[in-house]
Design a protein around this ligand. Sequence first.
Ligand code: ZN
Length: 303
Amino acid sequence: MALLDSVIKNVYLFHRNGTPLLDVPLDASNKLRPETIKGMFERLFDAIDEVFTELGHTDIRSVTVNDGLLVYKVQDPFLFTVYTNRPKYEEFARYMVEQVEYEFSRVYSDIPRLGTSEVYESHFDPFEARIREIYETLARLYQDYPKLMAFLPTFVPLFRLNEVLSLGLDIIAGYPHDTIKLVRQLNPLFSDAPELIDAIARTIGRYSGCEIAKRHFEPSLVRNQSDVLHLLNEISVTKIDESNEVFDIVLCPVCRNRVSEKPICQFFSGFIEGVLDNPGISVEETACKATGAQSCRFKLNMS
Ligand SMILES: [Zn+2]
């Protein structure tokens, strides 16, 4: 894990009253002096004071400290903080803080019922090992599959990431013959997490679109709409309108025999984005056969 070794220095958990509940050093060479840590957190707590007073605030934020970055997330009464001294890994630090917060809420789901006096430091000691596991898993994924991580549009729990990855790899390996069969496994596979389906389908689409395009076209060339059309036509009959901005999948295999109130073919939205691999272009499904439309239509939005 050389690349990501020591990217994250520490993970801290605080109570909103300022009590430190956990300090997990993830880098063995980390030798911060106590007064450095204290100085860092004074800056953070100034910011946090404001954050706590903003009702319902759950964003991830960060503050710059002398030699790095503190990335934090509040879930009242807790403050989850990740410290990195390599600001270019802020995105990774954000993943880390989200995963830690999610896992913590899962493991300590009884917390809201506890009184403040019961929320003491040693209560959370067992969680330290879990934090280390999260870091190792995330760092490995980030290192081996940076594109997958870069494409994740929203939070996906760690235990789901491996499933997302393995389905994505199968789709890439199985293109074009098995693509549809595999994509149609998405819904059953994630039926227990309906709120994640859209994000996961789009992520898998983007990841596989990007990787498949890399294998089919000269990697150094910028990809365009005709490349998208070429790859989509291998899976299903696809047309493009004269403005070059709308793809029309006539007999969409993803939503075949499905009925929905809103478009459900996020896999293809993601796939088109992944092939184009241009952060300035996003794709929106503006019509979907599942909602009764003639075909599934995907519109490019340029920013
Ligand atoms: Zn559709």
